[in-house]
Design a protein around this ligand. Structure first.
Ligand code: ADP
Ligand code: MP5
Length: 274
């Protein structure tokens, strides 16, 4: 007789940077996968020294180390959905794009991390070009924030109509479904996202959460979409469910540190303390 239970479980892979403060990047992605009962695996691209006030140092991993992590997971464990986050430099982006070309994932969510919420560019122009030309066209979905969508489209974004125009422009370039995230907008458009798949637009709106603690929202949304895809959801329902999750996590954001705290990924476990 055995007292162990073995079960199969969907697997998701995050290819992203580490956030020492635990709010974004790999740390947010793995918590999000766990929330969805999806086994989380990871390929770390870089290590950031980061807290709620900002990033003080970034160390890239060697390209070979990034690819070895992806291969180790892919060749043995298998991956139902992958997501990319901070890929940092041209050589890592090009190598990940080549890996994805050689061994396509069933589902790939590309969060094109280029610009922080404060508008600071995080990767250089060459890296942006490789992301646009080599990786994004292979995605199941690309999820730029307001500033990233501005860079990809060349359009200024101040309203939902601007987001729709930018989504169409980016679609023309990369040919994959796009979700432009509106966390960086102000007023009624804050927290409203625009989806375009080449045929139809959808406006995704839940409630605007009045909190300063929004660190990790973009990573969390993309990871939740990947988790839903790993669970077998179709793309648009996966996005709707992920949007609901990130809203709930924002409603239970954590007031940690002196700056922008992280969202509360495991909010059901916090409820009994409220
Ligand atoms: N204050 C907020 N209220 C509701 N939703 C928000 C808020 N801030 C961000 N979001 C949502 O969080 C998700 C991530 O968006 P965003 O914060 O723009 O991404 P990023 O972290 O990449 O800049 C989107 O679904 C966005 O609408
Ligand atoms: C390692 C790492 N990856 C990504 C982000 C962006 O975070 P956000 O989800 O707030 O856009 C970050 N701050 N650090």
């Amino acid at each position: 007789m055995t007292n162990s239970i073995s079960r199969s479980i969907p697997v998701a892979l995050t290819i992203a940077g580490s956030d020492s403060g635990g709010g974004a990047g790999i740390q947010a992605d793995l918590r999000t996968f766990a929330f969805h009962c999806v086994h989380g695996t990871s390929a770390i691209t870089c290590v950031t020294a980061q807290n709620t006030l900002g990033v003080t140092r970034v160390d890239a991993l060697p390209v070979e180390a990034v690819i070895a992590q992806i291969e180790a997971v892919r060749s043995d464990i298998g991956v139902q959905a992958a997501k990319t986050g901070m890929l940092l430099n041209p050589s890592i982006i090009a190598a990940v794009a080549q890996q994805v070309k050689d061994y396509p994932f069933a589902n790939l969510v590309v969060d094109p991390v280029m610009v922080s919420r404060t508008g600071a560019q995080l990767i250089d122009d060459e890296a942006i070009a490789i992301l646009r030309e080599q990786l994004i066209p292979q995605a199941t979905l690309v999820t730029p924030n307001r500033y990233e969508a501005q860079i990809l489209s060349g359009l200024l974004i101040q309203s939902l109509d601007d987001m729709r125009a930018a989504a169409q422009r980016i679609y023309q370039q990369v040919g994959v479904p796009i979700l432009i995230k509106g966390g960086g907008l102000s007023g009624a458009a804050r927290g409203v996202d625009i989806w375009f798949d080449g045929k139809r637009y959808e406006t995704l709106k839940t409630t605007t959460v009045e909190t300063p603690h929004t660190h990790g929202t973009g990573c969390t949304l993309a990871a939740a979409i990947a988790a839903q895809l790993a669970l077998g959801q179709d793309l648009f329902p996966a996005i709707q469910l992920a949007k609901t999750y990130v809203t709930q996590a924002l409603q239970h954001a954590l007031a940690l540190g002196q700056g922008t705290g992280p969202v509360g990924h495991f909010f059901p476990l916090l409820l009994h303390e409220e």
